[in-house]
Design a binder for this molecule. Structure first.
Ligand SMILES: *[C@@H]1O[C@H](CO)[C@@H](O)[C@H](O)[C@H]1NC(C)=O
Length: 265
């Protein structure tokens, strides 16, 4: 709480030193900043920001590991990383990405921050951080056999894409067992719900920050043109919020994945 207030105070301070104040042009100044960051990064991006955390430590700390033994998914004991495994996000980053694109969260976030003149990669990162932390948390990362993980990626792609069933295989059977495992299923389902609530909070916080920035500008607005730019900004913040449709999100995407997998041969 204190940290949030402190951050807001800081951003207000930096705003008041930003000279000259150019209403409506702040977003353009900051966009190249975001673009540069995007170009430098080759991994998965969510709302144009790198989303994959360093998950190796989480996988090592997680007592659960899944290997393939005698062609079947097998729970291996805790210890070093088993051979032929990868550190897998049980609920895939791809699922979070598609959900936030699908329900307008990323578009809404950009529009809100643009409207407030506060669209920098630092602001966006801070707002997205709770979501990235949750999806990269130890509870969501587990060592999984490489071939099974490769099949799992395809399962997710088809589940959220064309819906075409994957052909029967050892790897597919293992993916189905993995997703149906009680502990994986309950952890990922809970995470999906929590990510949806974090996304709603993110949009609310973004709108609050954008409105606070506009209020700070309003206090110093001298000309009619400046005042009108602030009114427009506030209208745009509201319009930005409306682009977010929280009814669809990670939970509905994840349910789709689980249902699709259960229906595969
Ligand atoms: C689910 O995975 C855990 C952890 O590896 C394992 O101990 C448990 O037996 C599995 N449960 C089922 C129903 O397969």
């Amino acid at each position: 709480m204190y940290a949030i207030k402190f951050m807001t105070a800081l951003s207000l301070v930096s705003l008041s030193f930003a000279a000259p104040v150019q209403y409506g042009s702040g977003s353009l100044q900051h966009r190249s900043d975001l673009d540069l960051q995007s170009r430098a990064f080759t991994g998965i991006e969510i709302c144009e920001l790198p989303a994959r955390g360093d998950v190796q430590a989480g996988c090592l700390a997680n007592p659960v590991r899944f290997t393939l033994a005698n062609n079947a998914l097998t729970a291996a004991p805790a210890g070093a990383q088993p051979a032929n495994t990868e550190c897998d996000h049980s609920l895939e980053l791809q699922v979070l990405k598609q959900a936030l694109n699908g329900n307008g969260a990323c578009t809404a976030l950009n529009k809100i921050l643009d409207a407030g003149g506060i669209k920098t990669s630092a602001t966006k990162e801070a707002l997205l951080k709770p979501l990235f932390d949750a999806v990269n948390a130890q509870k969501n990362v587990v060592f999984l056999d490489k071939a099974v993980n490769a099949e799992k990626r395809l399962v997710v792609q088809h589940a959220l894409g064309d819906g075409v069933k994957r052909p029967a295989s050892t790897a597919l059977t293992a993916v189905k067992a993995y997703l149906a495992n009680t502990s994986i299923k309950s952890a990922t389902t809970a995470l999906a719900t929590s990510l949806d609530s974090l996304a709603s909070t993110m949009i609310t916080n973004a709108a609050n920050q954008a409105n606070a920035a506009l209020d700070a500008k309003a206090a110093k607005a001298a000309t009619a043109r400046q005042k009108s730019a602030i009114t427009t900004g506030k209208t745009d913040v509201t319009a930005g919020k409306a682009l977010f449709k929280p009814a669809t999100g990670v939970s509905s995407s994840w349910t789709k994945v689980l249902t699709y997998a259960a229906g595969c041969p």
